[in-house]
Design a protein around this ligand. Structure first.
Ligand code: GLU
Length: 458
């Protein structure tokens, strides 16, 4: 059987988005499940839209998530490279010239305003997906020569007439499109760069990609790409188009919606657990056969079969994402967490208890680091006393300052005052830790040490 090779092919027009990360992840998982290769290549031919740092953000954030490519611009395999389209112009031109020679493609000298006019006329007739009127296929040589002087042309594919192109989509089943519903599309732009639909075919062919998994916005591109495979007599890869990700209200995610953190970089900055995000993204459009939620990378790879890719849209629920990160941090070993933090001037026992206490409820490592700050605050403030705090103070002073005795003092305060829940914990927490919220109270108090706590209570 042919080796499974998948790819993620971002245009470096922005930072890595959760949608892109999910596409990359599904491609990665499909390859790894089948002992294949996962490739990252950069589709940077839309030069006006390239964003400085876009490529770096894509690749570095994938790595942070644990989606490690076997081949990429940083790790090229000379057999398949280059891995940036801008470095392959010679190769594209060779094929384009071949296609012109064969009569598969032709030069079109339309001016932008002429194309705009055509588009408008079609829209008046209710045709919204533009179909080029093949004007320059029929034009006289004299007219051609006139226009040729400014050498402004693009190259369009000459579509076979009334021909059906079908593929068996890995997610959606069979899809068929007739060429009469597409126009002769551009394969080389006036600026000399190939278009996405052309370059993607050459690259997928050159890199021997076996499966193309990408977002549903590319469904309308696939028939165009199939035409090219057909004309060039190249074997087509298999295609799978994932469904969209929506926000919690079911609306398609918009990158402009700043109320949602949509870029992987945001999560990296907040110091989420990257494995948790990997796990969460896996379940954004895929389900485990036994509906398992928390899974190791190995487990995910082993069970990732493409027939469990969802046919309906997936909701991006930040609460669920937070839950995943919390679960991962809670179950992570203390030493690993310690390595992510900066806990100065504390004993090993102290650090152990601190991490163990705070990892129970943290969504991010940053939250744990933030919590550390309160233990460096040695201030003593005046506090209003009440029955609860007075009782607690007295009990604390009676016994040795141990975790167990602090817990006992809290319990006894409850018995004596008859207060419970918030009425019991809040005043004690406030007067000892100066915080409204926190982890298990006795531990939070103990971590401050006897000296400071007694001073604060006094
Ligand atoms: N560069 C395209 C994009 O970013 C890739 C599409 C594809 O995977 O074919 O959407």
């Amino acid at each position: 059987m042919k080796r499974i090779r998948t790819r993620y092919a971002p245009s470096p027009t922005g930072k890595l988005h959760i949608g892109g990360a999910r596409t990359a992840l599904f491609s990665y998982l499909y390859a790894k499940h089948n002992n294949g290769d996962f490739i990252v290549r950069i589709e940077d031919t839309d030069i006006n839209r390239n964003f400085k740092g876009g490529e770096k953000s894509q690749i570095n954030n994938l790595k942070w998530l644990g989606i490690i490519p076997d081949e990429s611009p940083e790790k090229p395999n000379p057999k398949y490279g280059p891995y940036r389209q801008s470095e392959k112009l010679k190769r594209y031109n060779e094929i384009i010239n071949f296609m012109i020679k064969k009569g598969f493609a032709y030069k079109a000298y339309d001016l932008p305003e002429e194309l705009e006019k055509q588009k408008k006329e079609q829209q008046k007739k209710g045709i919204y997906s533009f179909r080029y009127n093949k004007k320059w296929l029929k034009i006289s040589d004299k007219e051609k020569n006139k226009r040729k002087q400014n050498n402004q042309y693009s190259i369009r594919i000459l579509l076979p007439k009334n021909k059906n192109y079908s593929w068996n989509d890995m997610i959606r089943g069979k899809i068929t499109v007739n060429t009469n519903d597409i126009g002769d599309f551009v394969i080389k732009k006036q600026n000399g760069y190939p278009t996405y639909n052309f370059a993607v075919v050459v690259d997928d062919y050159d890199m021997q990609i076996s499966h193309v998994i990408r977002g549903e916005e590319h469904i309308t591109n696939t028939p165009k790409q199939l035409v090219l495979y057909d004309l060039l007599n190249w074997k087509t890869p298999k295609f799978g188009h994932t469904t969209i990700i929506t926000n919690i209200e079911g609306k398609k995610l918009s990158k402009r919606d700043i109320s949602l953190k949509q870029f992987i970089e945001d999560y990296k900055k907040e110091e989420y657990n990257p494995h948790a995000i990997f796990n969460f993204l896996t379940l954004l459009g895929w389900t485990h056969p036994k509906a398992k939620e928390i899974m190791s990378h190995k487990e995910i790879i082993e069970s990732f079969c493409s027939d469990r890719l969802s046919k309906s849209t997936s909701k991006f629920d930040i609460k669920k994402m937070n839950w995943f990160s919390k679960e991962y941090i809670k179950n992570q070993n203390d030493k690993e967490i310690e390595n992510k933090l900066d806990l100065k001037n504390k004993s090993n026992d102290w650090k152990k208890l601190f991490i163990n206490t705070y990892k129970q409820n943290a969504i991010t490592y940053k939250q744990i680091q933030e919590a550390f700050k309160i233990y460096n605050d040695l201030t003593i403030k005046k506090n209003k006393k009440n029955e609860v705090t007075k009782t607690f103070s007295k009990l604390i002073n009676e016994k040795k300052f141990t975790l167990e005795n602090i817990q006992n003092a809290i319990n006894k305060t409850k018995e004596i005052t008859g207060k419970s829940g918030k009425d019991l914990f809040m005043p004690i927490r406030m007067i000892t830790t100066y915080q409204k919220h926190g982890p298990e109270l006795a531990k939070a108090i103990y971590l401050f040490g006897e000296e400071l706590i007694l001073k604060r209570l006094k």
